[in-house]
Design a protein around this ligand. Structure first.
Ligand code: DOR
Ligand code: ZN
Length: 350
């Protein structure tokens, strides 16, 4: 069979995205709105998006940053803290303003200091979420300094995720940006209340790509990329056609100057090339026929939202991906910058 020259898919959604705020938001919003119709927007701003009223303000700022004429719907999340009130979640949910709640273990990643130390104090909040059908989105890494960074996801499953889900079997959970074979196996073994997102970069990078031949700060993200065997398990999950695994880029812009630093920030900015990167991966694995469901169907089905009506088209290219995305604050390195990917989105924002 000859390789296709064009690929038309139902318009996809990004089920895990960092848009930031202020000048960065204004500079990066169009990268996502050119590719995706909706995105689950992460709340780890400074200060975090904690209450429904914060989400309303943030949604307005996002809509103002999207180029006119581009239909884009930000799906807002609230940042869970130990003082989150079930009543505020009910209010945000009833108003159609809040789609999900994000759990950061305190200290796990960028701007997570206000996150949760003890999940048990939130049992009443989780009960309310289960009753509403509101998903809990989890950054699944323990923060125990005794635990090696490469083991933090696998240990989180045993110490936190299994007990949480046993206490709240009715709670819908998305295990975000999974990076290990253990996470794949756990999600596969559980019922329909548990799903996982997979980033474009964790399907392509292992820890050698971070450390061999020199330290590569632009490949640093959290959870950190693991050994090759884990990457292969993630690829098998993504291309398997199992609806419990769907697209979430975790695109996370940081200035080049903040990445190339003595204490470099975690995050990979993949929004401008997201569908191109996923398409490349699926094609390499002979699974282009599985891409549309992964990118455009399984996410909305899990969230109980309608599928998008429109389509996007990717076409063959030999043009390299631009290296940087210019912002008024400075450059942001684009994932795959300088590489030639075989696909390019028609109407992309590069
Ligand atoms: O690499 C990451 N960057 N992982 C996260 O969990 C947060 C994100 C960010 O906000 O920069
Ligand atoms: Zn994230």
């Amino acid at each position: 069979m000859t390789a296709p020259q064009r690929l038309t898919l139902r318009t996809p959604d990004d089920w895990h995205l960092h848009l930031r705020d202020g000048a960065m938001l204004e500079a990066v919003a169009r990268a996502t709105s050119a590719q995706f119709r909706r995105a689950i927007v992460m709340p780890n701003l400074v200060p975090p998006v904690r209450r429904s009223e914060d989400a309303a303000r943030y949604r307005d700022a996002i809509l103002a940053a999207v180029p006119p004429g581009q239909a884009f719907e930000p799906l807002m999340t609230l940042y869970l803290t130990e003082t989150t009130e079930a009543e505020d979640l009910r209010k945000g949910w009833a108003a159609g303003l809040v789609t999900a709640v994000k759990l950061y273990p305190a200290g796990a990643t960028t701007n997570s200091d206000a996150g949760v130390r003890d999940l048990k104090v939130l049992d009443a909040v989780f009960e309310t979420m289960a009753e509403l059908g509101m998903p809990l989105l989890i950054h699944g890494e323990v923060v125990d300094p005794e635990i090696d960074i490469f083991d933090r996801e696998a240990v989180f499953i045993e110490r936190e995720l299994k007990p949480l889900r046993q206490r709240h079997p009715g709670l819908k959970v998305v295990f975000e940006h999974i990076t290990t074979a253990e996470a794949v196996a756990y999600v596969e073994s559980e019922g329909p209340n548990l799903a996982a997102t997979l980033t474009a970069h964790h399907l392509r990078l292992n820890r050698n790509d971070l450390l061999v031949g020199g330290m590569r700060p632009h490949h640093f993200c959290l959870p950190v990329a693991k050994r090759e065997a884990h990457r292969l398990a993630l690829r098998r999950a993504a291309t398997s056609g199992n609806p419990k695994f769907f697209l979430g880029t975790d695109s996370a812009p940081h200035l080049v100057s903040d990445k190339e630093s003595a204490c470099g920030c975690a995050g990979i900015f993949s929004a401008p090339v997201a569908m191109e990167s996923y398409a490349t991966t699926f094609e390499e694995d002979g699974a282009l026929d599985k891409l549309e469901a992964f990118a455009s169907e399984f996410g909305p089905r899990f969230y109980g939202l309608p599928l998008n009506e429109g389509t996007i088209t990717l076409e063959r290219t030999e043009d390299p991906v631009p290296v940087n995305w210019a912002t008024p604050l400075g450059d942001v390195r684009i994932y795959h910058g300088g590489e030639v990917l075989p696909w390019r989105l028609v109407g992309d924002a590069r």
